[in-house]
Design a protein around this ligand. Structure first.
Ligand SMILES: [Zn+2]
Ligand SMILES: [Zn+2]
Length: 358
């Protein structure tokens, strides 16, 4: 086996607030694994959150951890049992490996596996490195007309596909999305791909909404922040009312912010019998106007990552059903990974998806 790099540089979150580059041995592979030369990794909000806050919910950083989980690369070695991949194949990496044996796995809900090992979720190391060993059945060969950059975007796109699946978007539906970050924008793209007739997007950032004008949305809603001291529910009521001056209620509302006010408005803006999907991660406990659920039969659904999305994402990107390329605004070489993280944190220069190239 000849390797393109002599070394294996890893982007390690040593502790909260401290990212360092560290050389580690090239991993050895088990019979069911492949060794990947990681070429592209997108920075996710969760990577930045671990860096700045040292944890997300119950997942706390207790030891140094390699960051990154939105990756694509080239197969450089295959384990003895691997039949469907060869050296040289370009693959999208599904970063969570489930046990394949439990009830959740056997019923196809493998994202809910209790033994899930997900890259860059403590204590599991992520993919931001030169060489990464991964279960071969969670690597998906991509066709020649897809770039590795696009393949890396399949991870956040998967969240949008799973969201569309859970919300049962139908042809002609009105869909409203809160949050114009990468996942919110991909939810708009996916809603259109699923046949939505009208997609609106709401955010507090005018520049994000300006971008959204040319990305799978029909209308853009600029949100103002609550007045000082204004209770969330009062802000949400008056803002939802203002939104309805120009928008109709939606069959499906997707919250990609996690903010309590946006979740409250999502419930208020769903049609009778409509569906709200909570994609964003915010405060663990929130105060919601539950009368919307009872009086109007609005369904509220949660999602946890995604399942069975990669093969479809590969097909959709290859067919041009969705274009993820406009979301890729910046890229950095692996050696400048810290600068890339600083860039995402600042949000400057219209950054949407920032990639690290290995
Ligand atoms: Zn992600
Ligand atoms: Zn399992």
């Amino acid at each position: 086996m000849t390797l393109a790099h002599e070394t294996n540089v890893n982007v390690v979150l040593r502790k909260q607030g401290e990212i360092v580059l560290e050389e580690r041995p090239v991993p050895t592979i088990r019979p069911d694994e492949v060794l990947l030369n990681i070429k592209v990794t997108g920075i996710c909000g969760s990577d930045v959150h671990y860096w700045l806050h040292g944890g997300i919910g119950d997942f706390k950083l207790k030891a140094p951890m390699v960051l990154g989980h939105e990756s694509a690369g080239i197969v450089v070695a295959v384990g003895d049992n691997v039949k469907h991949l060869q050296v040289g194949d370009r693959v999208a990496v599904e970063p969570g490996v489930s046990c394949r044996l439990c009830e959740e796995c056997k019923t196809g809900h493998y994202n809910l596996c209790k033994d899930m090992k997900f890259a860059a979720t403590p204590p599991i190391d992520g993919t931001l490195c030169n060489y990464y060993a991964h279960a071969a059945d969670f690597c998906y060969k991509i066709p020649d007309n897809l770039s590795l950059e696009e393949a890396a975007c399949i991870e956040p796109l998967s969240v949008a596909i799973h969201t569309a699946n859970r919300s049962n978007i139908r042809s002609g539906d009105r869909v409203m999305v809160f949050g114009a970050g990468p996942v919110g924008l991909l939810c708009c793209a996916m809603a259109k791909a699923a046949g939505a007739g009208h997609v609106s997007i709401a955010d507090i950032s005018p520049s994000r909404l300006e971008f959204a004008k040319s990305y799978y949305t029909d209308s853009q809603i600029v949100l103002q922040r609550p007045e000082v001291g204004e209770p969330n529910i009062e802000y949400s009521r008056r803002t939802a009312k203002a939104i309805l001056e120009t928008e109709e209620m939606a069959d499906v509302v997707i919250d990609a912010t996690g903010a309590e006010t946006c979740v409250q408005m999502s419930l208020m803006l769903a049609k009778n019998g409509g569906c709200v999907v909570l994609v964003g991660m915010g405060s663990a406990v929130q105060s919601l106007p539950v009368q919307e659920l009872g009086a109007r039969e609005v369904d509220i659904k949660g999602i946890f990552r995604y399942r069975n999305t990669y093969p479809r994402a590969v097909k959709m990107l290859s067919a041009g059903t969705i274009d993820v390329k406009p979301l890729i605004t910046h890229s950095y070489p692996l050696k400048n990974a810290v600068d890339a993280f600083e860039h995402v944190k600042s949000g400057r220069d219209g950054a949407i998806k920032v990639l690290i190239l290995g």
